[in-house]
Structures are given as structure tokens and as C-alpha cells.
Design a protein around this ligand. Structure first.
Ligand code: GLP
Length: 255
């Protein structure tokens, strides 16, 4: 079942409200956070809402999904920098509680192992936000990644590097590798919200609908999760049959 909203703005309102509600109910919530263009309006709206309502985020704990290997945290295209720009520097989060994989870790495999362990030691992720890559990847788990994977280093596919090149300067190469939470780390989250917006995600969502659970389309694993929801806008839903689209109109426009 897909929850279909009119546009990215209404999704941002809905997801921000949900985030705020969850944080109010559990101030020490463990969030799994995503990057990418899809998440930008969500974080922008969440900052407004949290500020207007003086939401206390000081005890929130978070683990980001992924990071490029080889980019320092202050590189403008690193996901650490993305999180600072779009969320962490804008609200009083405690930096000690907000984790992003370290793309410069000297021993990447040890760092990955430690990252998965730290998620588990935190009590596990309560709410995981996800975007989806054009080829169906979540985090940076490219097609073919085993479903039982933990945090690991992934060699990025050509498709992903081309898709993500829009964020990089013209003469700059998209890194060849990334650290990503594994599919099992993601599936361990107690609740998952995947967001997909725009016409370029329509064929990706159609693949989710038309395939059974398969490692060749990584996000199909979410069909096995008891509390995973796919929240999409009308453009992304364009190739889905009507009977799988649910229109939560009463939630779509929240002040
Ligand atoms: C990147 C990230 C993913 C993200 C995806 C979609 O590859 N690793 O976590 O979900 O892109 O990005 P966008 O929202 O920009 O389409």
C-alpha cells in the first residue's frame, strides 16, 4: 500500500508532524536519518515546526544511513555536511548523539562493524527515514546486496554515480565507494518511512509493485517489514495501479 500525497510539500508537513509527535512521546528516540534531495523539504519543514512549538530535540539520538568513502566531514558533498546544513546546525541537537559514518576512518571494516554495534547498543532504531535511489537502493545498498547485510562498504553502481553527480561540481568525480548501513540494520528498525517524490521515481516505484521481494531491487525487502510505509507524491505514483494507492486527504494539508 502506498500513501499518496499531492506534492513534496504536503509530504513534508505530514512527515514533520509525525516526527514531532514521535519525539514528544519519546524524547530519547533513536532516529535513522537519510540524505538526498527528497529529504530536504522534510527537514526544512521539521525545523519550522520544531521551532514554532519549541520541541525539545536535545536528547534525540540519530544514526545516518550512509557516507561517501574518502570525503572529509567538511566536504560540501559529504553527508555529514548535508546533515549540518539541513538539520543539525538549525536546531539544538546534541552533536554527541548524532552519528554519521566516517568516510575517512582508517580501518573502514572495523568502523562499519562498530557502527552497527553502536546502533544495537543504543537500543535500536525507533523510526527510520529512507529515500530510494533510481535503481531501488536504500542507504547505499545497491542491487544484489544480501538482505542479511550489516553496515559495510559498497562500491557504487554507475547508475548511482550518474544520478548523484548532480550534487557535485562539474569537474568533480562522485566517490566510487560509500559506507552504508546494511539491509538488516534497516530492517531492524521498529518503524520505517520511505519517501519518494517526482516523476523520475515513478518507474522505481513500479518495480517495487511488480516484483516480489528480490535482492535485485533492494527496497522490495520493505514488503517484509511489519511497520514500513511508502509515502509518495502523485508524480512518483503515476505508474502505480489505483487499487494500491491510498489518499490520506484528511492528513494532506496540515497547517
Ligand atoms: C542517495 C542516498 C540515498 C538516497 C538516494 C535518493 O544515493 N545514498 O540514501 O535515498 O540517494 O536520493 P534523492 O532523494 O536525491 O533522490
Amino acid at each position: 500500500m502506498f500513501l499518496v500525497f499531492p506534492d513534496p510539500r504536503s509530504i513534508a508537513h505530514y512527515v514533520s508532524q509525525l516526527l514531532a509527535d514521535r519525539i514528544r512521546a519519546n524524547p530519547q528516540i533513536v532516529l535513522g536519518l537519510a540524505t538526498g534531495g527528497t529529504m530536504e523539504p522534510v527537514y526544512a519543514r521539521f525545523i519550522e515546526l520544531a521551532t514554532e512549538n519549541q520541541l525539545d530535540v536535545s536528547q534525540v539520538r540519530s544514526f545516518n544511513l550512509d557516507e561517501y568513502v574518502g570525503l572529509p566531514a567538511d566536504h560540501p558533498q559529504s553527508y555529514a555536511a548535508y546533515m549540518q546544513t539541513h538539520l543539525f546546525s538549525r536546531l539544538p541537537f546534541n552533536p554527541l548523539h548524532c552519528h554519521v559514518p566516517d568516510g575517512l576512518a582508517p580501518d573502514l571494516d572495523a568502523h562499519c562493524h562498530d557502527y552497527s554495534m553502536r546502533i544495537q547498543q543504543s537500543g535500536g532504531i525507533d523510526l527510520q527515514l529512507l529515500g530510494v535511489g533510481g535503481n531501488g537502493h536504500i542507504g547505499f545498498n545497491e542491487p544484489g546486496t544480501p538482505f542479511d547485510s550489516r553496515c559495510h562498504v559498497m562500491t557504487l553502481s554507475e547508475r548511482t554515480r550518474v544520478d548523484n553527480s548532480r550534487f557535485f561540481a562539474r569537474d568533480e568525480l562522485v566517490p566510487a565507494k560509500a559506507i552504508t548501513m546494511g539491509l538488516q540494520d534497516i530492517m531492524d528498525a521498529r518503524e520505517i518511512i520511505l519517501i519518494a517524490t517526482g516523476p523520475h521515481k515513478a518507474s522505481t516505484l513500479a518495480k517495487y509493485y511488480h516484483n516480489d521481494v528480490t535482492e535485485t531491487v533492494p527496497f522490495t525487502i520493505l514488503k517484509r517489514h511489519p511497520r514500513a510505509r511508502l509515502i509518495v507524491d502523485e508524480q512518483a505514483a503515476a505508474r502505480l495501479p489505483a487499487h494500491v494507492c491510498h489518499y490520506p486527504e484528511e492528513l494532506a494539508v496540515r497547517p
